[in-house]
Design a binder for this molecule. Structure first.
Ligand code: NAD
Ligand code: DAU
Length: 341
């Protein structure tokens, strides 16, 4: 998309973890941009995540569902230059216990946004896909051209949305770009995900639940690096219809991460608790990031260790934020899922 200002962005799912980091990043970087955040405010959409930008005249929040055509069309009628579609059900475990909303939001919701983009026209549509669409990275990090073998209902729904978005490029010439990022970590991550759960449990001296043998590996990226990659992709020219992996090539086993968190917080390893494994648990996710490096000149610049220091500091300093979340719906889910208190 050409960098013509001012620019009107539709960000969906902006009250979630990555979306809220992205909205703040863009408002800070581009004084002339206007952002509309369409978010349903599910359990994972936390209004406090963007409380600091609520009064900014360049930012508008719309409470609504991406599956609701009327709401989506109304936003497009007012003018949208580019869409960044973060909105999704995102937690793999929840997709195993209750898949339906994943299919509805992640697939049908993406369809509604793509239809609006086709009808009203946009300069760019970034579909935030995920490295989970590849399934196992067996011998080496997955390439953009590799097969999609998603293993959970979450990953399969995201793969459906990923390919649907591509079809809107090939069939209707909607200028779609698809990103497949690895595991993000950093401030504002809902404390159901591995790193945010382990940090907050460790601070509370609660057990740290580890699935299986703890040897599953993920490819971790600090969230601000991901936001920077999306900014690069939003403004790059000549990439419509392409897929870009995004990652920092920082693979860690879950057990390595748990040990590091306990060490940095000065807590005992006795807090580690091995629990029943996740069904269909992917052993290794990892993405090859040469394409985005070579073609767009982007690469991550926050090391895993620096990112962990920043993240730990943030969770230590924002205890009201996560303690408030770790009540009600979260506690009910947590107790049922882990059988822990
Ligand atoms: P999150 O769960 O923290 O936030 C999701 C947001 O989407 C919430 O604010 C929620 O209210 C909103 N939402 C859900 N359903 C909606 C609907 N029907 N209509 C409008 N809003 C809705 O998610 P996240 O971890 O920030 O992930 C954001 C995106 O990035 C997702 O598409 C996810 O698949 C993708 N992704 C995440 C990671 C990761 O490590 N977190 C990695 C790669 C890709
Ligand atoms: O790879 C990108 C994906 O990363 C995103 O698309 C997803 O939206 C995001 O949730 C994340 O999926 P994961 O399943 O990899 O993240 P999660 O934090 O749930 O789990 C990370 C690893 O930690 C995984 O191997 C499972 C393990 N785990 C997780 C939890 C919550 C545990 O051992 N114990 C736990 O309690």
């Amino acid at each position: 998309m050409e960098n013509t200002k001012p620019c009107k962005l539709l960000v969906t799912g902006g009250l979630g973890f990555i979306g809220s980091n992205f909205v703040r990043y863009m408002l800070n970087k581009y004084p002339d941009y206007e952002l509309v955040n369409l978010d349903k405010v599910t359990y994972a959409g936390i209004p406090e995540n963007l409380a600091d930008v609520e009064a900014d005249p360049r930012y508008r929040f719309v409470k609504g569902d991406i599956t609701d055509e009327q709401t989506v069309n109304r936003i497009f009628e007012a003018g949208v230059d580019a869409v960044i579609n973060f909105a999704a059900e995102t937690h793999v475990d929840r997709s195993i216990s209750n898949p339906s909303q994943f299919v509805i939001t992640d697939v049908y919701g993406t369809y509604v946004l793509l239809e609006a983009a086709r009808k009203f026209g946009v300069k760019r549509f970034i579909q935030i896909s995920t490295d989970e669409v590849y399934g196992e990275a067996i011998d080496s990090p997955c390439l953009e051209t590799g097969p999609l073998m998603p293993k959970s209902p979450y990953a399969a729904s995201k793969a459906g949305a990923d390919r649907l978005a591509y079809s809107y490029f090939t069939t209707f010439e909607v200028p779609v770009v698809i990103t497949r990022c690895g595991n993000n970590f950093g401030p504002y991550q809902y404390p159901e995900k591995l790193i945010s759960l382990l940090i907050t449990n460790a601070i509370e001296d609660k057990p740290l639940p580890i699935y299986g043998d703890g040897q599953n590996r993920r490819d971790w990226i600090y969230v601000t690096d991901h936001c920077r990659a999306l900014d690069t992709i939003l403004h790059a020219e000549g990439i419509a219809g392409e897929v870009f992996n995004v990652g920092a090539r920082q693979e860690r086993t879950n057990l390595e991460i748990a040990h590091l968190i306990l060490e940095l917080l000065g807590k005992p390893r006795q807090l580690l608790t091995f629990v029943t494994d996740r069904p269909g648990h992917v052993r290794r996710h990892a993405v090859d990031v040469e394409k985005i490096k070579q073609k767009l000149g982007w690469q991550a610049d926050t090391s895993f260790e620096t990112g962990m220091q920043l993240t730990l500091q943030w969770y230590k300093e924002h205890q009201a934020w996560w303690r408030n979340i770790k009540t009600g719906e979260f506690l009910a889910y947590y107790r049922k899922h882990y059988g822990l208190n």
